[in-house]
Design a protein around this ligand. Structure first.
Ligand SMILES: [Mg+2]
Length: 311
């Protein structure tokens, strides 16, 4: 058995058994960020997140330098958004072959800095190392009012499921240009709208399976309601645009659950607050672990898989 055929989630579950925890960890391995609590009287919980981007995996050698920096930080900010948090401080480890032009590295940091500035984030350090490929490893700390982090585990049967923006076809370019949904995530947490939330990074089908596993529910997606992105509709390959929307990775939109009784008030409040689309795509069900797709009134178990990190 190797990393490829065990799969990412199973590998993480095995590794999680090997490592220690502490009493002040509110949410450890298995959510978008870790949530930790310091002093008893602190008014904030702290969110911790790290993530690498690697040439040949997350970007091509011809990708514009600024876009690489934007993506590297944007991925981490998207995970902080998925908890409802506010990003604060960032450390960056740069790994680069000795032959990389300084101009390219500076370009990456310019892209990173632009996004950081927009969200009031400070870059406070890190390290550099020589390596075979160009890599940025980002570690970020964010905060959220104590007890308010929106975990993946809070969903209940009957909750409506929503996604922001549109899904699929991110490989056409959006994976380098997406906007982390920080304002929206903070608003969802502050208004106590969302019972469970995560960002869509590995494809809706895969990520929703993770959310229902954490919440101990099932879910049904209504095929006709899935917001398929224009990029996914333009892709003229053998896979239908809907399949792209369900399975392509790197959308970096928010996926969240809202109690059914708040549905009308939530949808009205959202459209007063944001121009960004927010679409109800289905709901959580009582069938624990079961993900279904409803097409013209008929529900079938959804077998579509999203992005697998080790295949
Ligand atoms: Mg995430």
């Amino acid at each position: 058995m190797n990393a490829c055929n065990i799969g990412e989630d199973a590998l993480i579950r095995r590794l999680a058994k090997l490592v220690p925890g502490r009493a002040d960890v509110v949410a450890g391995i298995g959510d978008d960020c870790a949530v930790v609590r310091t002093g008893r009287r602190d008014s904030f919980d702290w969110l911790l997140k790290s993530d690498p981007v690697i040439e040949g995996v997350h970007f091509t050698p011809t990708a514009p330098a600024e876009a690489i920096g934007h993506k590297a930080l944007g991925r981490v900010l998207s995970d902080i958004a998925a908890m409802g948090g506010e990003p604060m401080w960032v450390l960056i480890d740069l790994v680069a072959p000795a032959s990389v032009p300084v101009k390219r590295i500076e370009g990456m940091y310019r892209g990173l800095a632009k996004l950081a500035r927009r969200h009031g984030v400070a870059i406070v350090g890190g390290d550099t190392a020589r390596g075979k490929t160009l890599e940025l490893h980002i570690f970020a700390v964010g905060r959220i009012p104590r007890g308010r982090a929106v975990l993946r585990s809070g969903g209940k049967p009957g909750d409506s499921l929503y996604v922001t923006g549109s899904l699929g076809g991110s490989g056409q370019g959006r994976h380098l240009r997406f906007e982390p949904r920080l304002v929206e995530g903070q608003w969802l947490a502050a208004g106590k709208w969302a019972t469970a939330m995560m960002d869509v990074s590995d494809g809706l089908a895969t990520d929703l399976r993770r959310l229902i596993a954490a919440s101990g529910t099932g879910a049904v997606i209504e095929a006709a309601r899935v917001p398929v992105s224009p990029a996914a509709k333009r892709l003229l390959d053998r896979r239908a645009p809907l399949v792209h929307a369900l399975s392509d990775g790197e959308d970096f939109e928010l996926l969240f659950a809202v109690p059914r009784r708040k549905k009308t008030a939530f949808e009205a409040a959202w459209s007063r607050q944001f121009r960004l689309a927010c679409t109800r795509i289905g709901e959580l069900t009582e069938k624990s672990g079961r993900l279904e797709l409803e097409t013209r009134g008929i529900r079938r178990v959804l077998n579509v898989r999203g992005y697998e990190h080790f295949t």
